[in-house]
Design a protein around this ligand. Structure first.
Ligand SMILES: [Zn+2]
Length: 365
């Protein structure tokens, strides 16, 4: 079976090498082949002098650049010295940002999406997540999911229409998504070469709560509903199954991360988790890096029927909130010993919540 490449674990100076670009010693981490556990090539790796050098030659790029190399020749081969690798940071166009006034001006609960949420959440919960995530609305009652990065800069907003009764998305015929930056480009407010770099939905919360556990789901809807129920964790949306791109990972350094994949996506996300853990290897004694795990919540509980339909985290939460009785009700005594009076009264009202807490493996702090 194919195993993903990984960055060599730190085990003393011998495991850090001379960077092929800046030629500084002991600053270069090699990528290892996940199957053979050998270096992929002596130029395939990452310099840890990120701002001064920035060299990062990924295995993926290496295999794109050298499609014909086989297992035995690729390690020994000296490649592409004629075409030195240029760090991505030297790209001329800076990351595009949108003035915050657009977020302020759009702030509204008058979207069909929020109308739906109000059916399943309390007013307090709704208000809390509305403010946290700066939810906006358009004149057509579409919701705007703003992407605000860890430094508070607005990258773009996703504009989506929902059915207010079912909470399901209403897609354009083309299947395309409307983006705020595209609209602003069309109106001439943003330059034509606006350099969109998407970030996690909810990423700005990372800066506000540096100690909190980070939970990542696929959709904005799942993130919001989860955040309403479990406000102590930070809930981020990756924006679809392929949303966990490498460039986005940086903000997760030093965090405890739990991925909550939707059904049918477990394997893919598991691979991402391994990649994430290997991207930030913990230097001995410093305890940094990322502690990332993948929840098997949905895989574990899904009936075969649900599996066929591709249940997502939001569907599951909504079912619980609507109080469709799960297969067992938790013992009351167990509830009382574990939670704050506030949460406990919530649980007594909706016993399904207890089950949910258990299954999400979350602890009330
Ligand atoms: Zn370097």
């Amino acid at each position: 079976m194919y195993a993903l490449p990984y960055l060599q674990k730190y085990k003393g100076k011998a495991t850090r090498h001379t960077c092929p670009q800046c030629e500084v010693k002991e600053c270069f981490t090699l990528y290892f082949d996940g199957n053979t556990h050998q270096p992929i090539n002596k130029r395939v790796g990452k310099c840890n002098r990120e701002s001064k050098c920035g060299y990062h030659y990924t295995p993926k790029q290496f295999f794109i650049d050298n499609p014909d190399l086989n297992e035995t020749t690729r390690q020994a081969c000296d490649l592409h010295y004629s075409k030195p690798f240029v760090a991505r940071q030297q790209t001329v166009v800076p990351i595009g940002t949108i003035p915050f006034t657009f977020v302020e001006r759009s702030a509204s609960y008058k979207s069909n999406f929020v109308r739906f949420l109000c059916e399943i959440l309390s007013n307090e919960q709704m208000q809390a997540i509305g403010e946290k995530y700066a939810l906006g609305a358009t004149k057509n009652q579409e919701v705007i999911f703003w992407q605000i990065d860890i430094t508070g800069k607005v990258r773009t907003g996703k504009i989506m229409q929902y059915n207010p009764e079912t909470g399901h998305r209403i897609k354009h015929e083309s299947g395309a998504i409307d983006w705020v930056h595209n609209k602003l480009k069309k109106s001439g407010t943003l330059p034509k070469d606006y350099n969109l770099q998407q970030c996690f939905f909810g990423e700005h919360l990372l800066g506000l709560h540096p100690e909190a556990t980070v939970c990542i789901v696929e959709s904005e809807k799942s993130a919001l509903i989860s955040a309403a129920i479990f406000p102590d964790e930070i809930w981020l949306a990756s924006g679809g199954i392929n949303g966990l791109q490498e460039e986005k990972y940086k903000v997760l350094e030093n965090r405890t991360v739990i991925l909550y994949p939707d059904l049918k996506a477990f394997e893919k996300w598991n691979e991402k988790a391994q990649m994430l853990n290997s991207l930030f290897p913990s230097p001995l004694g410093e305890g940094s890096g990322v502690r990332c795990s993948v929840s098997t919540l949905l895989e574990d509980i899904a009936t075969l029927q649900a599996k066929a339909k591709g249940l997502d985290v939001a569907d599951f939460m909504i079912k619980q909130l609507k109080n469709i009785q799960p297969d067992k009700t938790p013992e009351k005594s167990l509830i009382q010993s574990r939670f704050s009076p506030e949460l406990q009264s919530m649980i007594e009202e909706k016993p399904a919540l207890m089950l949910l807490l258990d299954r999400l493996e979350l602890i009330e702090v």
